[in-house]
Design a protein around this ligand. Structure first.
Ligand code: PGA
Length: 259
């Protein structure tokens, strides 16, 4: 079974509730027409309930951009996995580079959160990637393999279909500077190899690995054309629904009857 592609919007710290409603209302019918692709939107907490409610029983997966791994208690400012489920989230980003770089999230914290998301029945989309300095110094794989490896150590026995990784080189995020399709394939191919070594073929063949970093309608086809790339996590080009729908359409697998 080929992996089902995923196109994921990361709104970051953008959109009011009204803007989120308008976007979701426009996206729902168009996502319903998209065959064979999972469409996810990772939205701010403040509009998650509304997007979750609108997307319930639809083709669109509503997701959060972050959470904390404890279920409740004295953690001022935090949101737990049961709270996300309560507002109809089905997925969550974990360890986005902005969380790691700006808010100091460590590999260990990211691993704990991933485990908690899985246990709570939320689909985790675990983000990994290197800085420009790390890449220039030849350290891309050391960084990325450590990030992925720490998560694999923590998560226990799960099927590959239950987890998504996103390779997002930090130097390509929001810069307009996309990794070449070869760079994306190289890193993602190595991630899949690591999954295979650590977890076996079934896990590696089932887990989806997305690319993220300045994906837009003009470059999505080339990126999606790479063997191991199962979709994209998109910031800037996901903020306008028309542009995001173009990306969703580009992720649709060719239909079996060749149409
Ligand atoms: P970008 O962001 O598409 O704006 O580069 C991607 C991301 O940070 O997930």
């Amino acid at each position: 079974m080929p992996r089902r592609p995923m196109m994921a919007a990361n709104w970051k710290m953008n959109k009011t509730v009204t803007e989120a409603q308008n976007y979701t209302a426009a996206l729902l019918p168009r996502a319903a027409d998209a065959e064979g692709v999972d469409v996810a939107v990772f939205v701010p907490f403040t509009c998650l309930h509304e997007v979750g409610r609108m997307a319930e029983n639809s083709a669109v997966i509503a997701g959060a951009q972050n959470f904390y791994y404890e279920d409740s208690g004295a953690f001022t400012g935090e949101i737990s996995a049961p709270m996300l489920k309560d507002v109809l989230a089905r997925a969550v980003l974990v360890g986005h580079s902005e969380r790691r770089e700006i808010f100091g999230e460590t590999d260990t914290l990211v691993a704990h959160k991933t485990k908690r998301a899985l246990d709570a029945g939320l689909l985790p989309v675990v983000c990994v990637g290197e800085t420009k300095e790390e890449r220039d110094a030849g350290g891309m794989w050391e960084k990325v393999s450590t990030q992925v490896g720490r998560v694999l150590e923590e998560i226990g026995e799960v099927g590959g279909e239950g987890i998504v990784f996103a390779y997002e080189p930090i130097w390509a995020i929001g810069t307009g500077d996309t990794a070449t399709p070869d760079d994306a394939q190289d890193a993602i191919g190595r991630i899949r190899e690591l999954l295979r070594e650590e977890r076996g073929g079934e896990f590696a063949d089932g887990a989806r690995v997305l690319y993220g970093g300045s994906v837009k309608p003009a470059n999505v086809a080339e990126i999606m054309g790479q063997n191991d790339v199962d979709g994209a996590l998109v910031g800037g080009a996901s903020l306008e629904v028309d542009s995001f729908v173009q990306l969703v359409e580009a992720a649709e697998p060719p239909s079996s009857d060749g149409e």
